[in-house]
Design a protein around this ligand. Structure first.
Ligand code: 5AD
Length: 329
């Protein structure tokens, strides 16, 4: 971890870039066996923020000087949702042309991804979840194919997006060999940014409601957290110039989990900007942090934690990964 820290600081110094994340809808047509916003979770209260609500969060991101916004939602395949997303991106880009715009709304066809890019989106986050095709099929229903997800990542790269992917660490059935292949997959495919999190159980999911999994998860969470720190450290050493986010799930195991990532491999933080009233409905996993906070509190808390950790909040910066810049020059 010390070598990862040195490697990161040789590229980024103490700087941490910001992405304000707006989780604007929990409606999802997918049914991933681990995810709390899966379509079959009948306990979920569905929501989609209005255009005005989203834009007022974007105004906050601009005034907080985060430099970059992430629009995240469940995966909705309808044409009306595509229009809604496109309009949101267009309005954001028109109002704040300098703001980085990342989309994290699942898989789309190439034409739509192209239109989003033309509308002003410049980054896309789509986790592969695991590079092991067999494990992927065990975690997803038959209609969700690893090959489709991979094809979408390749389309994004061909369209010149800055492409981020990632996995969950501590998935039931995941081996160390899988993690080794995940690292190899990341390097071989030349991604620009990474969001790697811990798998955390959710009580209304097929996997997370299994008592044997819950016991196993509790008994192994410390091991998995250490595995995550080590995994990201190796990733940083392998790819010194990529962006690595400290994801929210890191704080589930340890209240300073994200800071521990930023003190070793990570250089990106994603403060939650979702309005407080929607946060409890965007519950990907149990015990998700920052549920009762407002966007203002998340701002103060993030800045204070970074400063306490001796890190430099790089406000106002777009934060494009040097890896992407180098690849394109
Ligand atoms: N634990 C941790 N992360 C999860 N995600 C979904 N469900 C869970 C869970 N139970 C992650 C997936 C997805 C991202 C938006 O949230 O990796 O890509």
């Amino acid at each position: 971890m010390e070598l990862a820290k040195q490697t990161k600081e040789s590229v980024f110094g103490k700087k941490v870039w910001f992405r304000g994340i707006i989780e604007f809808s929990n409606i999802c047509h997918n049914n991933c066996y681990y995810c709390g916003i899966r379509s079959d979770n009948t306990e979920k209260e569905s929501f989609i923020m209005s255009h005005d609500e989203i834009l007022s969060c974007v105004d906050f991101i601009h005034s907080a000087n985060y430099g970059s916004v992430v629009f995240q939602s469940g995966e909705i395949k309808s044409e009306s949702f595509k229009d809604f997303l496109l309009t949101t991106v267009e309005s954001t880009h028109r109002k704040y042309p300098k703001l980085g715009i990342t989309i994290s709304c699942g898989e789309f066809d190439r034409d739509f991804l192209k239109n989003l890019k033309l509308a002003g989106a410049n980054r896309y986050l789509l986790r592969i979840e695991t590079s092991n095709n067999d494990l992927y099929q065990k975690l997803h229903p038959n209609e969700m194919l690893w090959d489709d997800r991979y094809a979408c990542l390749k389309n994004l790269q061909q369209l010149d997006y800055q492409v981020g992917t990632g996995i969950m660490i501590g998935l039931p059935g995941q081996t160390l060999d899988d993690l080794f292949h995940d690292l190899k997959f990341f390097v071989d495919n030349q991604f620009d940014m990474f969001g790697v999190g811990l798998y955390v159980t959710h009580q209304n999911t097929p996997i997370g409601s299994d008592p044997a999994v819950v016991t196993w998860w509790n008994n192994n969470k410390e091991k998995h957290f250490n595995r995550l720190l080590n995994f990201l450290s190796i990733l940083r050493i392998l790819l010194p110039t990529v962006n690595i986010a400290a994801t929210t799930s890191c704080d589930v195991f340890h209240p300073s989990g994200r800071m521990m990532v930023l003190n070793s491999s990570g250089n990106i933080i994603m403060p939650v900007v979702t309005p407080q009233k929607y946060r409890h409905h965007y519950l990907l996993y149990d015990g998700k942090p920052c549920m009762d906070e407002t966007k203002e509190i998340c701002y103060d808390c993030t800045i204070a934690k970074l400063k306490k950790a001796g890190l430099e909040p790089a406000l106002g910066e777009h934060g494009t990964s040097p890896f992407y810049i180098k690849k394109n020059t």
